[in-house]
Write a protein that binds this ligand. Structure first.
Ligand code: CMP
Length: 130
């Protein structure tokens, strides 16, 4: 699956702490890189959300600072990563989840994870196609 540590978490120096959360749950980090997106790239990445009212703010936010993109590997990686991240809105996320622990708001929710195997392939290609 593809995981992103978002600008709010990078800014607060949480990269190593969040990577450890994944490792503790049995994920291998196959590839990772720290990058800064242009807004146009964020718009492409979040294209599935283009009709949503929050699309513009979302793309501005993802391109507002450095992020860490990672390919995470384990059995049932998509589902297990979504469990570990918790609900999109940190105030609704369960105890022990990454978004509960580190998320600030529904926008600044610290991590992104692919929502299906199909999107995982698309998102991994987006960042790691050589
Ligand atoms: P993410 O998993 O990266 O996918 C899309 C993002 O849109 C989501 O996390 C949230 O950070 C953001 N977002 C902002 N507002 C909303 C909303 N009302 N519903 C869902 N996602 C939202």
């Amino acid at each position: 699956t593809l995981s992103i540590i978002k600008p709010d978490a990078v800014e607060r120096n949480l990269i190593e702490e969040i990577k450890q959360e994944f490792k503790n749950k049995g994920f291998n980090i196959l590839k990772e890189k720290k990058i800064k997106l242009e807004k146009s790239e964020a718009e492409k990445f979040y294209k599935v959300h283009q009709s949503k009212p929050f699309y513009n703010d979302l793309c501005s936010y993802l391109s507002s600072g450095p992020i860490v993109v990672m390919i995470l590997e384990r059995e049932s990686a998509v589902v297990e990563n979504r469990k570990l991240m918790g609900a999109t809105d940190p105030t609704k996320a369960e105890e022990g989840t990454i978004r509960k622990k580190y998320g600030i708001s529904i926008d600044k929710n610290s991590v992104h994870g692919s929502d299906s195997l199909e999107n995982a392939k698309i998102e991994i290609d987006f960042f790691f196609k050589d």
